[in-house]
Design a protein around this ligand. Structure first.
Ligand SMILES: [Zn+2]
Length: 198
């Protein structure tokens, strides 16, 4: 055991996994994940998503206990920051977030003049051969990485999330385009499951 183990939930007195899950669900009110690019010009996206849906909070406040320890937050939007905002790297976080917090909505946002729209599969694969002496042609699904067209990339990512068994069935999934200069969001894809009859 390292000296850091005391900072885990598991090492706390009386720990049980169901109780830890209940504690996290109760103290972290997140319901929406906003997947977006790590480009600093895209940093306004989580706030724009909160405003777009209207009933969401971002960035919100941190909640401290009487000892001044951070024990929660009021944000209902959690940003998931990934190169290109592509969903292929987000699937695991969606599964774990559903388990720990419970989710209602995932929003994939791709932004104007994203670096992911600047390169081709051939370009990156050829450069890797020359510069790294490795063949990565079959390493990734390139349609899930580079962006040739935003309607295509957003549709691809919404389908990728929907068809993953680790995605909860009730999840609402949106694909939005973000103009970095105007800050405007445009809805391109909406995949909202019909509510089950009561
Ligand atoms: Zn980008």
């Amino acid at each position: 055991m390292s000296k850091f183990v005391e900072f885990t939930f598991r090492a706390q007195p009386g720990y049980s996994e169901p109780a830890a899950r209940e504690l996290l669900t109760g103290s972290i009110p997140v319901r929406t994940i906003a997947i977006h690019c790590f480009d600093p010009r895209a940093a306004g996206i989580p706030k724009a998503v909160a405003d777009y849906f209207g009933d969401e909070v971002y960035p919100g406040d941190l909640i401290l206990n009487e000892d001044g320890q951070m024990v929660g937050a009021t944000a209902t939007v959690f940003p998931l920051v990934i190169g290109g905002g592509r969903a292929a790297d987000a699937l695991r976080s969606i599964t774990v977030s559903q388990y720990l917090f419970g989710l209602e909505r995932v929003v994939v946002v791709h932004h104007s003049f994203c670096g992911a729209s600047s390169f081709s599969e051939e370009g990156i694969v050829d450069s890797w051969k020359r510069e790294q002496h490795r063949d990565i042609s079959s390493l990734y699904d390139w349609d899930g990485i580079r962006i040739a067209d935003f309607e295509q990339s957003l549709n691809y990512d919404v389908s990728l999330i929907r068809n993953n068994p680790g995605t909860p069935k009730h999840l609402e999934i949106y694909g939005l385009f973000y103009n970095i200069d105007s800050g405007e969001l445009t809805e391109v894809v909406r995949d909202v499951p019909a509510k089950a009859a009561p």
